[in-house]
Design a protein around this ligand. Sequence first.
Ligand code: NDP
Ligand code: GDR
Length: 339
Amino acid sequence: MAKTALVTGIRGQDGTYLGKFLLEKGYRVWGADRRSGDATHWRAKRLGIESDIHHMYMDLLEYSNVLRTLDRVQPDEIYNLAAQSFVSASFEQPIVTTTINAIGVLHLLESIRTVNPKIRFYQASTSEMFGKAQQTPQSETTPFHPRSPYGVSKVFGHWITVNYRESYGTFACCGILFNHESPLRGEEFVTRKISLAASRISRGKQDKVVLGNLDAKRDWGYAAEFVEGMWLMLQQNQADDYVLATGESHSIREFADLAFSKVGIPLQWHGDAMEARGIDSSGVVRVEVSPDYYRPAEVDALKGDATKARERLGWKPRTTFQNLVELMVESDLQYDSVV
Ligand code: NDP
Ligand code: GDR
């Protein structure tokens, strides 16, 4: 019989790719999201799966809502992708962020205990938990030192998931995923902000883009490939935690370089830090820096070691950094913004 999956955060970037992947595997997919002002399903429409997902409203903050949802759906697997996922916003909204990202996980785990302890559970942990990284590259055994309310809240979500596995035998896995991007990435995240800006600037729809710390480095992969790893974790005999990453680290500046080159506007860089400017061949400033986009505490550099996932799950990323930048820019050139 076909398996049933419940995906929280279905309207987000990962929820949409995972929903498509699970449908292709023959799953019956229930997609849960909270009711919000933006009721569009633009990402699902883009992937052509809008009518194949069984949509429902479920807010992670409402325990009884979570409990009733599990009782109704009776899933075999739950993928908890819902979160206040924007690091920057977590400094302004630490309490909301923590309640959703930490207590929300507990609502799901408690509901699993109550409704059906055999449900398999995936928790979306993050490389932001490594924060001020204690070693490079970061693996499953690297100590955490989060640098934002978001990172701290995710450390709770991570450990409470491990705790339910150890206390009650819940089949619960944490995927410690490094940044993964795509044409479906929200526009507030730096990669999509840049790919969209490069596309618009090349068509005269925008003059320049204003960014924050250009020197931060991230390990960026392609989201469509990372969701495959989430599924693999729940298909194993034993529940465990895994890092998913590419093993390469690149700066924001490098991302911008490739994106602007892709649209035929190679940049020359002048100045450092807050004074940095990306200038085109006519001398026009296309990238500028503002302190408004700096964070109270920054994660300077991340690079993941996904050896465990490769050896035990057979998972490895296929899309290179350059291909990722190019596919995002190409998509923005094609669709511009449909949000
Ligand atoms: P998105 O922000 O694109 O999607 C998150 C979704 O969660 C949104 O649809 C949001 O709805 C929903 N949500 C927020 N609060 C609640 C709530 N209280 N109840 C129900 N739903 C809610 O994130 P991504 O798809 O990029 O990431 C998926 C998960 O993976 C997140 O948990 C994120 O923290 C984590 N992660 C992401 C990484 C990445 O690089 N993308 C890396 C590592 C971890 P709304 O639109 O209404 O806000
Ligand atoms: P991140 O992604 O914080 O890594 O979290 P984001 O794209 O927001 O920032 C990455 C780095 O870019 C620097 N930066 C800017 N960031 C934004 N958003 N806007 C700018 O203008 C800008 N300029 C420079 C930031 O300072 C930072 O260093 C993402 C989210 O998906 C999390 O949910 C997830 O857990 C982590 O990735 C892994």
